[in-house]
Design a protein around this ligand. Structure first.
Ligand code: CP
Length: 360
């Protein structure tokens, strides 16, 4: 199962120079969108959203329409043949024969990777469970480039559900590739950043600290990235309620922050930022969502113009070895090759779909 099309599943599949190219093109589009109005005339984009979305789905659709292309797709799998039990493989195979690019959001980690194996067009990962959200990261990087004028030497606080927040996972991986960035992880012990992300940060030469007080952390930050406690990822309502409302950014806490700190949030928010903060010029979360259209326009143009540069699966099959993550797509769609790569340690295998590690 290898694909001949260029995909975006994980930003780590590309060098930093490629991300920069997409972000710079996004900024160019922002400054003169009309110049790109016919770049995708005659092209079709399919959006397959197995999970709810406002920004990602609509900004992708807006992006394609603003490039002159057209859109098809579903935003509720129950209105498609998924409700009759169709696999990702079959849905992808069919829809990719109708479209030039396929954008997929799915509640299970590795689903976009699985789709890319059998797709007859390019696949873009619009969020796979609690795993990754690379186009949110491109949006975040463009926001930093425009609002802070740099992607380096920043102290970035990340606050809230760092365990389940795929946006912060992708963003940490990306920002740790730029020199001098420091991370401050602000969470409860139950919702700390996963070990594999912290290992990547260390391996890339960046530093992090873990704290539980937003008030204590905020004065040192250049960027505060707030996240929602993700109710849909908890095993029970009790566990969710125990975490809800732990961190709330309000006017009083903003008084403790630097005058040029910016507040970002992938949105949707629930209660973690009070509405009074919206009027603070340092609140950048609404404009951040708008920049998502420009960077997705840039991504569509880039993906459609490139030839495939690497294999879709690079790992190996180990007879009898399965991923231990119940939220991994390989444990939901049985036909998928269970491919693993070494994590740098000879005793640790890493699932190629969800990055879960396994001792051998
Ligand atoms: N930031 C983000 O992914 O928002 P949606 O869930 O609304 O797409």
């Amino acid at each position: 199962m290898q694909s001949q099309y260029q995909h975006l599943i994980d930003l780590s599949d590309y060098p930093v120079s490629w991300w920069k190219k997409v972000i710079d093109l996004g900024e160019e589009i922002k400054n003169d969108p009309s110049r790109f109005a016919h770049e995708c005339d005659g092209k079709v984009m399919a959006t397959l959203f197995y999970e709810p979305s406002t920004r990602t789905q609509m900004s992708f659709q807006t992006a394609m329409i603003r490039l002159g292309g057209q859109i098809i797709g579903f935003d509720n799998p129950n209105n498609s043949s998924v409700a009759k039990g169709e696999t990702i493989k079959d849905t992808t195979k069919i829809v990719s024969s109708y479209a030039d690019v396929l954008v997929i959001r799915h509640p299970v980690a590795g689903a976009a990777k699985a789709a890319s194996l059998t797709s007859d067009c390019s696949v873009i990962n619009a969020g796979d469970g609690g795993h990754l959200h690379p186009t949110q990261t491109l949006t975040d990087l463009l926001t930093l480039q425009i609002e802070k004028k740099t992607l380096s030497d920043l102290t970035i606080g990340m606050c809230g559900d760092l365990l389940n927040g795929r946006t912060v996972h992708s963003l940490c991986k990306a920002l740790s590739m730029f020199k001098g960035n420091k991370f401050v992880f602000i969470s409860t012990p139950e919702l700390m950043m996963p070990a594999y992300i912290k290992d990547i940060i260390k391996a890339n030469g960046s530093t992090y600290e873990e704290v539980n007080s937003l008030e204590e952390a905020i004065p040192s930050l250049d960027v505060l990235y707030m996240t929602r406690i993700q109710q849909e990822r908890f095993a029970s309502q009790e566990e969710y309620l125990a975490q809800k409302n732990t961190y709330i950014l309000d006017y009083q806490k903003m008084l403790l922050a630097k005058r040029d700190m910016i507040v970002m949030h992938p949105l949707p928010r629930v209660d973690e930022i009070t509405v009074e903060v919206d009027d603070d010029p340092r609140a950048k979360y609404f404009v951040q969502a708008k920049y998502g259209v420009y960077v997705r326009m840039a991504l569509i143009l880039t993906i459609l113009s490139e030839k495939k540069t690497s294999e879709t699966l690079i790992g190996k099959l180990y007879p009898g070895v399965q991923c231990d993550n119940p939220k991994c797509i390989t444990n939901h769609e049985g036909y998928l090759p269970k491919s693993f790569r070494f994590s740098g340690d000879e005793t640790l295998l890493e699932c190629e779909y969800c990055d879960e590690r396994k001792l051998i």
